[in-house]
Design a protein around this ligand. Structure first.
Ligand code: CMP
Length: 466
């Protein structure tokens, strides 16, 4: 930086040759001074101020890691010795000379703190969670390197893992749970896509968001399983059984959330779910195939030409599975209408008119579609999925083909109950004005809707009806 400044000053017309020379010498001198004097003095300065010292928690962890590693190293030394046909005695001598003997454990290192520095349970848990979050990050990067996930996807996932890490640092274990829950929830761009779908009838961004969410959950599930193994195998021995249990519980809770979200998507979009899994597996298989070719080549079993040819072939196949399979939201009006039992007997000419008035809409799992006490503005026909009507005497489930929201419109009263989507649920919305117009012109439809509404009224506090 200093040199760059000096060079720009040199090019400036206001300075004469003597001044330029002085500035260049000064800048160069300053740079060399910084390099040769400041850098070497930084280390003594840091140690003088004690900045290079490990904290009590780090020291305790270091000792624990050393103890655990020694055990593994000892085993490895004996194993290697046997492989080389050497006596165990030789191995024992090496172990002793390298200070890996169990007896040497505490004596061999200069210990800067009491050997048994107590770490509180909270500290252990916080260290464990940070380890988990950073392991999660590495696992995503690993998936990206093996080309099972795209660059865009790994960006999202790493950002989420970083958020988990930040939350743990600022809020402790509670932060881990909150951040994990957020990772399985829907974000702003998803909400925006949903708004476009519901208010402007634009479906493409929503279909893209749902496909993204699917892919993200699939990888989160895989990584979650790997994290569980990591807790049992690596973190538990280091931080103790109690912390290990708590970490496993947190990872399990996260896995449960992820799986519930995945199951809801699987149910609504089974074909896409299957295609996505096949794509993932095909990418993983290609990766194994490429690694196998690389190994064969590195052992000189095949020539470079053959190796290149094999790689060219895998590249072509990889290109074919690079793009994600398309996700059809299934918002085809005609197909949705055919699912509604009420419309089965309506003659075609009258049905055409009704279809024009219906608006397809996707409800997400847990969405409050109707709120008790609100003014009724529309009636809903379920094309797929199910909703739960939350009545005072218990919930009633309405599945595909049924309708709801008619009572407030017929009786001119507020909504009689909350209605919540029980998963992804496709509904057809009919505005109150159009609903009333249809009832005026279609006597059969009117009679059927009134019959069902009446039985629901009668059911009141008793049993669910259709
Ligand atoms: P509405 O009152 O507009 O809003 C809540 C809806 O829940 C209601 O219309 C009915 O469509 C539905 N509902 C109310 N009671 C029952 C019931 N007993 N069985 C099935 N659905 C019901």
């Amino acid at each position: 930086m200093t040199l760059a400044l000096a060079l720009s000053v040199q090019a400036h017309p206001h300075f004469n040759a003597a001044q330029e020379h002085f500035i260049i010498v000064l800048a160069t001198g300053f740079t060399f001074f910084t390099l040769f004097f400041s850098a070497p003095t930084l280390r003594p300065l840091m140690s003088g101020l004690g900045l290079n010292k490990l904290s009590a928690t780090q020291l305790a962890l270091r000792d624990r890691v050393m103890a655990l590693s020694r055990e593994t190293i000892r085993e490895q030394v004996y194993e290697t010795a046997r492989d080389y046909g050497l006596d165990d005695e030789v191995a024992a001598r090496v172990i002793e000379s390298e200070g890996l003997d169990p007896a040497e454990e505490t004596a061999s290192e200069e210990i800067e703190a009491p050997p048994e520095v107590p770490i509180s349970d909270d500290q252990r848990l916080a260290v464990g969670l940070l380890t988990l979050a950073s392991r999660e990050r590495e696992l995503y990067i690993g998936h990206f390197r093996s080309r099972t996930i795209s660059r865009r996807m790994v960006g999202h996932l790493i950002a989420a893992a970083d958020r988990v890490m930040d939350r743990v640092k600022t809020q402790g274990p509670g932060g881990y749970e909150a951040a994990s829950r957020r990772a399985t929830g829907v974000d702003f761009s998803f909400r925006l896509a949903l708004w476009l779908h519901r208010n402007l009838g634009i479906d493409r961004p929503l279909s893209h968001e749902i496909a993204d969410r699917f892919e993200r959950l699939l990888i989160t599930d895989l990584v979650g399983r790997e994290l569980k193994r990591f807790v049992t195998k690596a973190v538990r021995p280091l931080l103790g059984a109690a912390t290990g249990r708590e970490l496993a519980r947190l990872v399990d809770a996260r896995l449960d959330d992820t799986r519930a979200a995945l199951a809801a998507l699987d149910m609504q979009y089974p074909a896409f779910a299957a295609a996505l899994r096949v794509q993932y597996l095909t990418r993983a298989a290609l990766r194994v195939e490429e690694a196998e070719y690389a190994r064969t080549f590195s052992q000189s079993l095949i020539s470079r030409e053959v190796y290149n040819d094999l790689l060219r072939r895998t590249r072509v196949r990889r290109a074919a599975i690079e793009t994600r399979p398309p996700l059809d939201l299934g918002m085809d009006l005609g197909a949705m209408v055919r699912q509604v039992a009420l419309f089965a007997d309506v003659p075609e000419d009258r049905m055409e008119r009704i279809v024009r008035l219906l608006k397809p809409r996707l409800a997400l799992p847990g969405d409050l579609v109707l709120r008790k006490g609100d003014t009724g503005t529309a009636v809903f026909f379920i094309a797929s999925g199910e909703v739960e009507v939350q009545l005072d005497n218990g919930p009633v489930t309405l599945g595909a083909g049924k309708f709801f929201g008619e009572m407030a419109l017929l009786d001119n009263r507020p909504r009689s109950a909350d209605v919540v989507a029980n998963g992804y649920c496709q509904v057809l919305v009919l505005e109150v004005r159009d609903f009333k117009r249809i009832l005026r012109t279609d006597a059969d439809l009117k009679a059927e809707i009134e019959r069902i509404a009446e039985s629901r009224r009668q059911a009141g506090k008793a049993n669910p009806t259709d």
